[in-house]
Design a protein around this ligand. Structure first.
Ligand SMILES: NC(=O)c1ccc[n+]([C@@H]2O[C@H](COP(=O)([O-])OP(=O)(O)OC[C@H]3O[C@@H](n4cnc5c(N)ncnc54)[C@H](O)[C@@H]3O)[C@@H](O)[C@H]2O)c1
Length: 251
């Protein structure tokens, strides 16, 4: 056995981070860049991305709506054309959707949440997997949520989508188990990002009260975990959902 340092050295690898213009996605992109990755950012809105202060230069900033399968295919091909190869895909783009009881949940909002949060993950994976299979290597990290394990009253669309991401990832991981491509999820609790703008103060307070560590998650804690899962150091774990809940989740 040999133990080497700097296990999250990703020098020369290429990563795509969806929803990478701000929030958790930007933090993940910054951390992957620090580890040596060339990072392509996919987002529908780059207005909050400040290239001068991001601390890294993305190889591409692509305006992509992950709910559009054809657009995702095109964007993935552009990254391959630019970088030659893609080792890492972080499916992070997501919206919360409005907070309503199920019987009042607007059908259009339900469909939009599912289209972005669940279908978007499927679209990213279906574009990336053939390329990763050809190369015999890949790390896919899908950003789910504790809501996908436990549910949240008022947030049924989001919880359903995130629960779907967890089950989808387990299925894909088993399909790819001997391919060199690992597929895992993270299930964060609440971090203070702009995602919270769609939530009511009561909803936010309820979630905070459920966190045993009595604080919100920090973006850098998410980024650190994702960097490890996305690295070769994560080698015998696939189809798993890594916890980021300050002790909330007991499974
Ligand atoms: N913040 C939290 O508390 C929390 C907790 C658990 C899980 N998550 C998940 O983490 C991920 C990132 O959330 P965040 O808190 O950084 O949110 P955020 O709203 O700050 O950032 C999300 C990013 O995704 C982009 N995006 C939205 N729709 C898109 C689409 N159709 N195609 C491409 N990009 C799109 C947005 O423009 C934005 O830049 C989401 O999947 C979210 O569900 C967040």
């Amino acid at each position: 056995m040999s133990i080497s340092g700097n296990l999250t050295d990703l020098a020369g690898q290429t990563a795509i981070v969806t929803g990478g213009a701000r929030g958790l996605g930007l933090g993940i992109a910054q951390r992957l860049a620090v580890a040596g990755c060339h990072v392509a950012l996919w987002d529908v809105n780059f207005s909050s991305f400040d290239g001068d202060n991001a601390g890294f230069v993305p190889i591409l900033e692509q305006k992509v709506d992950v709910s559009d399968a054809a657009a995702v295919d095109v964007a993935f091909a552009e990254v391959v054309a630019k970088a030659g190869q893609v080792e890492i895909l972080v499916n992070n783009a997501g919206i919360n959707g409005p907070i309503h009881a199920v019987s009042d949940y607007p059908i259009e909002a339900w469909q939009r949440v599912l289209a972005i949060d669940l279908n978007g993950v499927f679209h990213g994976c279906r574009s990336a997997v053939p390329h990763m299979r050809e190369r015999g290597y890949g790390r896919i990290v899908n950003v789910a949520s504790i809501a996908g394990k436990e549910g949240n009253p008022g947030g049924s669309a989001y919880a359903a989508a995130k629960g779907g991401v967890i089950a989808f990832s387990k299925s894909l991981a088993k399909e790819l188990a001997t391919s060199g491509i690992l597929v895992n999820c993270i299930a964060p609790t609440m971090a203070e990002t702009e995602l919270l703008q769609e939530m009511t103060p009561e909803f936010i307070a309820t979630i905070r009260s459920k966190i045993p560590m009595a604080r919100f998650l920090r973006i850098e804690e998410v980024a650190e975990m994702v960097a490890w899962i996305a690295s070769p150091a994560c080698s015998f774990t696939t189809g798993f959902t890594f916890d980021l809940t300050g002790g909330r989740a007991t499974y």
